[in-house]
Design a binder for this molecule. Structure first.
Ligand code: CU
Length: 348
């Protein structure tokens, strides 16, 4: 029941068919290239957030995306053939201002096995750009759109089977700032939650095989922040200092599961619910974020330590879903202390 499943599905046939073609076209040079790319972590650094926009007039901005398929580490001892925007998961965070014109150029890498495209939820227009950008391996497509509404929006590949392209890593976010921008914070982070569906259970060693059946039945084997198990705990945790304010741009690619976004040991000072920036609520513990949805959460750090980012549907921790915020600085015993002095004295 391992590899044969791939061959049985229509998807499997496509994969194997185009794989053969890719081999013929690219020869061994293509595979050597893929091997060196493998060394780059699939996890996009959560600190990789473009700087806030300071201009006061609309502009035309260029967004360049490349769809790249590659094998990378999914978990300790296991790898997976990801499909990405710009080589990592999520794809790059894009930052624009309401009223801007955004020119999107998308190249499907010539070593890809499949067609890809991109659908921006920030677009007003057919398919969010999906039809306009549908590209065969080696092709480049482009379109432009005007950012009509401020907010934090998901983008994703919308090539059938769409859920499969999303699960395999093809998603990211664009922030469309309001005219006046967002209130200043000390640090900004970019985090996305997704699920993967493999034939083999989590913990299996070696290169894992995607399961089309599990995908369609919505039975993920892995849940990930920024692409891989441990991506935001061991590899690239969020870093902050006591006394700082921080903002997390948080999105859910899914393709299927809603997140109950929560940071253990913290309370969100502000939540721009559902990614809309015109209003916010305050002092929130857990935020519901739909697949294809987002939220902006502000928090501040008063006590040093490691804070764990979770989906409070906590069974998902056992399937790989956790991130760390490492906060350094002076202890603040008035707000939190591990043991009371009198108890310590009694114990001695
Ligand atoms: Cu795709």
């Amino acid at each position: 029941m391992m590899k044969p499943l791939l061959g049985k599905t229509p998807l499997g046939k496509t994969l194997l068919g185009t794989a053969g073609a890719a081999l013929i076209l690219t020869g061994m040079a293509g595979w050597a290239g893929a091997a060196s790319a493998e060394e780059v972590s699939i996890t996009r650094d959560p600190a990789e957030v473009p700087a806030p926009i300071t201009r006061t007039e609309p502009a035309t901005i260029q967004v360049t995306l490349e769809t790249i398929e590659r094998v990378a580490e999914l978990n300790d001892g296991s790898t997976y053939r990801y499909w990405t925007f710009n080589n990592q998961v999520p794809g790059p965070m894009i930052r624009a201002r309401v009223g801007d014109t955004i020119e999107v150029t998308m190249t499907n890498n010539e070593e890809s096995w499949l067609q890809h495209n991109v659908d921006f939820h920030a677009v007003t227009g057919p398919g969010g750009g999906a039809e306009a950008t549908l590209a065969m391996p080696g092709e480049t497509k482009s379109f432009s759109f005007k950012a009509m509404k401020p907010g934090l929006y998901v983008y994703h590949c919308a090539t059938p089977t769409v859920a499969q392209h999303i699960a395999n890593g093809m998603y990211g976010m664009i922030l469309v700032e309001p005219e006046e921008g967002l209130p200043e914070v000390d640090r900004e982070f970019y985090v996305m939650q997704g699920e993967l569906y493999t034939v083999e259970p989590i913990g299996t060693k070696g290169e894992l095989t995607e399961s089309y059946d599990r995908l369609i039945d919505e039975l993920p084997t892995h849940y990930v922040f920024n692409g891989k198990v441990g991506g935001l705990t061991k590899d690239k945790p969020l870093q902050a200092k006591v006394g700082e304010t921080a903002r997390i741009y948080f999105g859910v690619s899914g393709p299927n599961k809603t997140s109950s976004f929560h940071v253990i040991g913290e309370i969100f000072d502000k939540v721009y619910d559902m990614g809309g920036v015109k209003a916010h609520t305050e002092d929130i513990q857990t935020v519901t974020v739909a697949p294809g949805g987002a939220t902006i959460t502000d928090l501040s750090f008063e006590v040093p330590g490691t804070y764990v980012i979770v989906d409070h549907a906590l069974s998902r921790v056992e399937k790989g879903l956790a991130g760390h915020i490492k906060v350094e600085g002076e202890e603040n015993p008035e707000i939190f202390r591990e043991s009371l002095p009198q108890k310590q004295a009694m114990a001695e």
